[in-house]
Write a protein that binds this ligand. Structure first.
Ligand SMILES: [Mg+2]
Length: 359
């Protein structure tokens, strides 16, 4: 049975949030990112700014040269997370299987809701309108038989796009698009394939085994060629419920009052939790620190990453931020400390080493 998978991508998300919070910015070229006088880069440009050729990852100084009258705004990630949470809780109320892969993008498995991608159009159009009405944000959707098609389709008609690729039309939809548009092809792989004379996704799809071995060897090459052919079996990995967690906690013999000692312990527990997370093949979105005080009161504080992570450094950092929050809300001494990760998803089975940073 074919699957129906959609990809949701919020349009110019950071810039759109800034315009929501500050109506004076509406209709203006807005550039969210680093200081145009400094060495920072553009995180997101509004569509009005894109008209001047400003793009994500461009230096802020270059953006300023292209459009000196643009409004330059420093990013406020707490603000973006709040708006993002509103969108995703709305989506989860409609779609049972949701895999959020970034603050402003994620995959939806609609197979249980609709029989075909064609019939998904109505559901997605309604969801798009509801997101607009309730959050003020615009979203683009792509939909098809797998993640690759859905992701490329969501980018094909931005902003407020809704592109549905019917089953059987995948290869044709992909064929003339540039290779760089294929998720998994980063700048390095793109350069290597160009040298070999490949320019479109269709060129990769048509590559014979012996040629594929030369330009993209191994399982990664075979997987990418499958994706170029519109075949992508990767499941949409729904987050486990909030009650499922991996955690570690310790009750102390003596109450601990030194915040530096507590920080060290939280870091150690975060490392232990990360090791178990890896063993079980999960990544996590949220890190929670639990603190019990001598009067047995318990305080927990959580921090979430922008996308599910298995990185030890990131999990330790989130634990430290959550700990500081807890200790600020109620200072030590502390009787018990715990670190847990929640909102788990299965990690990707296939890591593509050639994948560059997403843009
Ligand atoms: Mg986006």
């Amino acid at each position: 049975m074919g699957r129906v998978v959609a990809h949701l991508d919020l349009d110019a998300f950071f810039a759109a949030v800034e315009a929501l919070e500050n109506p004076a910015l509406r209709g203006m070229p807005v550039v969210v990112g680093g200081d145009p006088q400094g060495r920072g880069v553009v995180a997101t440009a509004s569509y009005e700014a894109r008209a001047f050729g400003i793009r994500s990852a461009m230096s802020a100084a270059e953006a300023f040269r292209r459009c000196p009258q643009a409004v330059f705004v420093r990013p406020d990630h707490g603000r973006y997370r709040r708006h993002s949470d509103g969108v995703w809780s709305l989506v989860r109320a409609v779609v049972p299987v949701v895999e959020q892969v970034g603050i402003d993008e994620g995959y939806l498995d609609l197979t249980e809701l609709v029989p075909t991608a064609g019939e998904a159009r109505r559901v997605l159009a309604e969801l798009q309108q509801r997101i607009r009405a309730q959050t003020g944000l615009d979203a683009s959707f792509g939909c098809g038989s797998g993640k690759t098609i859905a992701k490329i389709a969501s980018d094909a008609d931005k902003p407020v796009g809704l592109v549905v690729v019917a089953a059987g039309r995948e290869e044709e939809f992909l064929a003339r698009r540039p290779l760089r548009a294929l998720p998994g092809i980063g700048p390095k792989a793109d350069a290597r394939l160009r040298v070999a004379g490949l320019e479109t996704i269709g060129n990769l799809a048509d590559l014979a085994d012996e040629d594929l071995r030369l330009v993209l060897p191994g399982a990664v090459g075979r997987e990418l060629r499958e994706r170029a052919r519109g075949v992508d079996q990767r499941p949409v990995l729904a987050e486990l419920g909030p009650s499922v967690s991996i955690g570690h906690e310790e009750t102390f013999d003596h109450d601990i009052a030194d915040p530096a000692v507590l920080s060290d312990m939280a870091a150690r527990m975060a490392a232990a939790v990360t090791a178990r997370l890896h063993q079980e093949g999960f990544v996590a979105l949220t890190v929670t620190v639990k603190v019990r005080y001598p009067d047995f009161r318990i305080l927990s504080r959580s921090r979430s990453a922008t996308a599910p992570t298995g990185a030890a450094v990131e999990i330790a950092r989130l634990a430290e931020v959550a700990l500081q929050r807890a200790l600020r809300d109620r200072p030590p001494p502390v009787r018990l400390l715990g670190v847990a990760v929640t909102r788990l998803t299965q990690g990707e089975q296939l890591h593509l080493p050639l994948e560059g940073p997403s843009s």
